[in-house]
Design a protein around this ligand. Structure first.
Ligand code: KIV
Ligand code: ZN
Length: 500
């Protein structure tokens, strides 16, 4: 596996869009395709052109976007499906037919011989039109092995360029996958691709095992989205292949986090914080022992072969009930605040008290506690003091917000519009800073504390300044707009205090 070149086939825009509840607009799909191209995926499965005129148009616009990645369209083994791919100007047609008895009998209702015939005809039709062709034996892993090989050999003889082995319902174990791909590789000369679903959480492991056994291409999606429990996650598969196995891909891994965030935003499918590689906690440390170790040398409690920089992430020391003085001292020093041993111990003690009440500690909490311990009134130091916020919204007007604040003692008013009242208010808050507004919103989360329409909105914000320093702050208010505005102002005030 060392230095073996693996091709990455991304199906976020096809299988990924089949995630229940996910629907992307054509312009979002085009933007995602550009991002996948920037990420360096070898092939982009842009959609299933026969499924709708809209999908066909969307695939066509991606095909003609001048990307380096090869653009692929999906087609059943039917002439009309393949024609729709041709009309979408794709460079590769991915044609598929079910081969397992259960799918063959209950879905397409064809005999085994008819399936072979349809598959061969489809491949010949694609090749006669001068296009590259990939063939999938759908539900391959539940297909009788001898029959699966018969189908693959037939399409290979018909001129197919790549065969794909889909684990359609995610039932393989890594060792079974290894045996199956070895058997296929003994009989097949053309490149072998795998498409693993995640029904038992084994999609990435099965993809890695398939590569170890002879596959040279993996089908993946960003954030592992896809039918049911999804597909093999691109970031985990690529980092597994490269960092653990030493294989090579064309992926520019420094864009992994950025790409993951784009998909999270456009699909609305949020990642759990403990998601490997790109999740919020992938390089976060809270316990005193771990934080201390990582601050001395990051490899102590991180893989080392995968660093946050490699995947476009950041290392974070998170304060909580397991925090030690070392982490608090480092956080304060990075904001230019010095505290002696006794003060540090008191700050840590108070941080733990808050955390023990089940609250996530933000930088705003840390600095509020520190100000109290050091005997400084934190609000007096604040540059921005909010005076008034008013928002107009409704079904016939564009949400508009007006914010009045005093900045360093000078009164400033700003107004802006947005997609919703929160968006408008946050834009207006940023406008009050004029030239000084050089912050990037890294994280924005709204939670409802308690249920019901009168629930308290709890807003958590991560804000980054131009030096790359990120601070976190939160605010709770029964009014969702006020909670958002207060959290943003808290975060801005913290960044202005930054002395680094
Ligand atoms: O899961 C599957 O089998 C598929 C095929 C179309 C490859 O998505
Ligand atoms: Zn699939």
């Amino acid at each position: 596996m060392q230095n073996k070149k693996i091709s990455v086939f991304d199906t976020t825009l096809r299988d990924g869009e089949q995630t229940p509840g996910v629907s992307l607009t054509s312009s979002q799909k085009l933007e995602i395709a550009h991002q996948l191209d920037k990420l360096g995926v070898d092939m982009i499965e842009a959609g299933f052109p026969i499924s709708s005129e809209g999908d066909k148009e969307s695939v066509k616009s991606i095909s003609n976007a001048g990307l380096d990645s090869v653009v692929c369209g999906l087609a059943r083994v039917l002439t009309k499906d393949i024609d729709a791919c041709f009309e979408s100007d794709v460079g590769l047609v991915h044609t598929f037919v079910p081969t397992s008895d259960v799918q063959r009998v209950y879905t397409i209702k064809k005999s085994r011989e008819e399936v072979v015939e349809l598959a061969v005809k489809a491949v010949e039709y694609i090749k006669d039109h001068g296009l590259k062709c990939m063939f999938s034996a759908m539900d391959a892993t539940r297909t009788e092995p001898a029959y699966m090989l018969e189908v693959f050999k037939a399409v290979q003889d018909a001129g197919c360029d790549i065969i794909n082995v889909p684990d359609t319902v995610g039932v393989m174990s890594p060792s079974a996958m290894c045996r199956m791909i070895k058997d296929v590789a003994k009989e097949i000369r053309i490149p072998i691709d795998v498409h693993c679903h995640n029904d038992f959480g084994l999609a990435v492991a099965n993809s890695l095992m398939a590569v170890e056994a002879g596959a040279s291409q993996v089908q993946v999606t960003i954030n592992g989205i896809g039918e049911r429990a999804g597909n093999a996650d691109l970031s985990q598969t690529v980092m597994g292949l490269t960092a653990i196995y030493g294989a090579k891909t064309n992926i520019r891994t420094e864009y992994l986090v950025e790409t993951s965030k784009m998909i999270e935003n456009y699909t609305g499918v949020r990642l759990p914080p403990n998601t490997p590689v790109v999740g919020q906690n992938a390089f976060s440390h809270e316990s005193g022992i771990h934080s201390h170790g990582v601050l001395e040398k990051s490899d102590t409690f991180e893989p080392g072969i995968m660093t946050p920089e490699m995947v476009g992430h950041r290392r974070r020391i998170v304060l909580g009930k397991h925090t030690g003085t070392h982490a608090v001292k480092t956080s304060l020093e990075s904001a230019g605040i010095k505290a002696n041993e006794k003060q540090l111990e008191e700050i840590v003690c108070k941080i733990k008290e808050i955390a023990n009440k089940g609250k996530q500690i933000t930088d705003a909490d840390l600095f509020a506690v520190t100000s109290a311990v050091l005997g400084k009134a934190s609000s007096e130091e604040e540059l921005i003091k909010l005076k008034e916020v008013s928002v107009m919204t409704g079904n016939i007007l564009t949400p508009t917000a007006v914010v009045k604040a005093s900045i360093g003692g000078k009164e400033v008013i700003a107004a802006n519009t947005g997609l919703g009242p929160v968006d408008a208010a946050l834009k207006a808050v940023r406008d009050i800073l004029g030239e000084r507004n050089r912050f990037k919103l890294q994280e924005f989360r709204i939670d409802a504390i308690s249920g019901g329409a009168d629930a308290l909105a709890d807003v958590y914000i991560g804000l980054e300044n131009e030096k790359g320093r990120i601070v976190t702050a939160r605010a709770a208010n029964p009014d969702i707009v006020m909670a958002s505005v207060e959290a943003l102002v808290n975060a801005m005030n913290l960044l202005y205090k930054d002395k680094t």
